[in-house]
Design a protein around this ligand. Structure first.
Ligand code: NAP
Length: 285
């Protein structure tokens, strides 16, 4: 019996996840396939219920259904509930659906590689307060970051995010508007600056003034299409460590794969499989 994983969302423009997981299934000798299910909202519940069947390993979920699917799971892990987003679901041996989040641990693994050190004690500045920023801020605080400053175009969303995570970890958390001088001031002492907005992907431009950052800082842009955003180009021109979101994508996929199959160590296989799509800025399904 061929086992199944499906990505649920609308629209589904990219096939990066399918390419990574199918390569990992092949490398691990597992008879399974990763399908893309672009669904209207009224079809989501039926698709989720189908995944309770014995041929299913689980699901992945992308916009706009992360909240909807969380509500259809039998159980949601504590971290995913705190972040407010389920992006992966595993079918348990008893046929229950367990929702979890791989963006937060995927970000942590990727950013620690980019920085060459753990997040513990790090002074972080995050641009953005959307779904991805929730995973980023949660990952930083739960990994022991010393200070997290969130800057968002709409300051009320940054404040809500800060309030939501005020009890996570021992670090301090501050919310400001992206244009507030306090955001630029926070950059001056940051060890890590993260772009978790769609700027650089949906539109050109940059959320972070790299000239404010200290010489030892790392810049991490969650955007991976295009592979080099204006932010990353500016960071590299200044000689800063800089990484795009491709490694986060790979790490979160490897974490989900291990949860479904108990097979670890697939990041290398996935990285090689997805590499052609990551260098091609027009790579959309
Ligand atoms: P989202 O929930 O729609 O949030 C979008 C964020 O971008 C909000 O904070 C929004 O600010 C901000 N924004 C949009 N246009 C802006 C502008 N012109 N100037 C300043 N801020 C602007 O999106 P998301 O799901 O968090 O995704 C954010 C990015 O992360 C996307 O590029 C996505 O591809 C990437 N991502 C990457 C990975 C990975 O594995 N590498 C995983 C998840 C997401 P307002 O609140 O003011 O609207």
């Amino acid at each position: 019996m061929t086992q199944r994983i499906a990505l649920i969302g609308k629209p589904l423009r990219r096939r990066h996840s399918q390419v990574m997981h199918d390569a990992a299934f092949a490398a691990a000798g597992i008879d399974a396939r990763y399908e893309l299910l672009e669904l209207e909202a009224d079809a989501v519940e039926g698709a989720v219920n189908e995944a309770r069947g014995p041929d299913w390993l689980g699901l992945q979920v992308t916009a706009p259904y992360k909240r909807l699917v969380a509500g259809l799971c039998d159980l949601v892990e504590a971290d995913a509930a705190t972040i407010g987003a389920v992006n992966s679901v595993a079918r348990t041996a008893t046929g229950d659906l367990l929702g979890f989040n791989t963006d937060a641990p995927g970000f942590r693994a990727a950013v620690e590689l980019a920085m060459g050190r753990p997040l513990a004690g790090v002074d972080v500045v995050v641009a953005g307060a959307g779904g991805a920023a929730h995973a980023v801020v949660f990952a930083c605080l739960s990994a022991g970051a010393g200070r997290v400053t969130i800057g968002n175009r709409t300051v009320s969303f940054a404040r809500e995010l800060a309030k939501r995570f005020v009890d996570i970890g021992a670090g301090s958390i501050t919310a400001v508007a992206l244009r507030d001088p306090a955001f630029a001031a926070a950059l001056r002492s940051a060890d890590l600056a993260v772009n978790a907005t769609t700027v650089g992907m949906l539109e050109s431009g940059s959320t972070i003034e790299v000239e404010q950052l200290p010489a030892g800082a790392t810049v991490f842009d969650l955007v991976y299409v295009p592979p080099e955003t204006p932010l990353l180009l500016a960071a590299r021109a200044r000689g800063l460590r800089a990484a795009n979101g491709s490694e986060m994508l790979i790490q979160q996929a490897a974490i989900a794969f291990e949860r479904w199959t108990s097979v670890s160590g697939m990041a290398g296989v996935m990285r090689a499989a997805v590499a052609p799509l990551l260098v091609d800025a027009s790579a959309r399904a």
